[in-house]
Design a protein around this ligand. Structure first.
Ligand SMILES: [Zn+2]
Length: 72
């Protein structure tokens, strides 16, 4: 079972969760996931959030037209 830690920051309930691309097949951003899925943790997202995209996948999605170099 996956445990989700939650806490409060300035009265706002937040949690940390795996990048939604940890399961690229279920993610609508799966095309931006690295091979094998993404292991990034996204911190301090709203407690009600059901999916969060990490900055790495976000940057891949926004720089799709440009070439970015990733350390493999
Ligand atoms: Zn990611």
């Amino acid at each position: 079972m996956r445990r989700v830690k939650s806490k409060n920051i300035k009265g706002r309930a937040v949690k940390s969760m795996r990048c939604v691309n940890s399961n690229p097949k279920k993610s609508k951003w799966g095309q931006y996931a690295p091979a094998g899925g993404c292991d990034e943790i996204v911190y301090n997202v709203d407690k009600e959030t059901t999916s969060a995209l990490c900055w790495k996948c976000t940057s891949r999605s926004v720089s799709r037209t440009g070439k970015i170099h990733l350390m493999e």
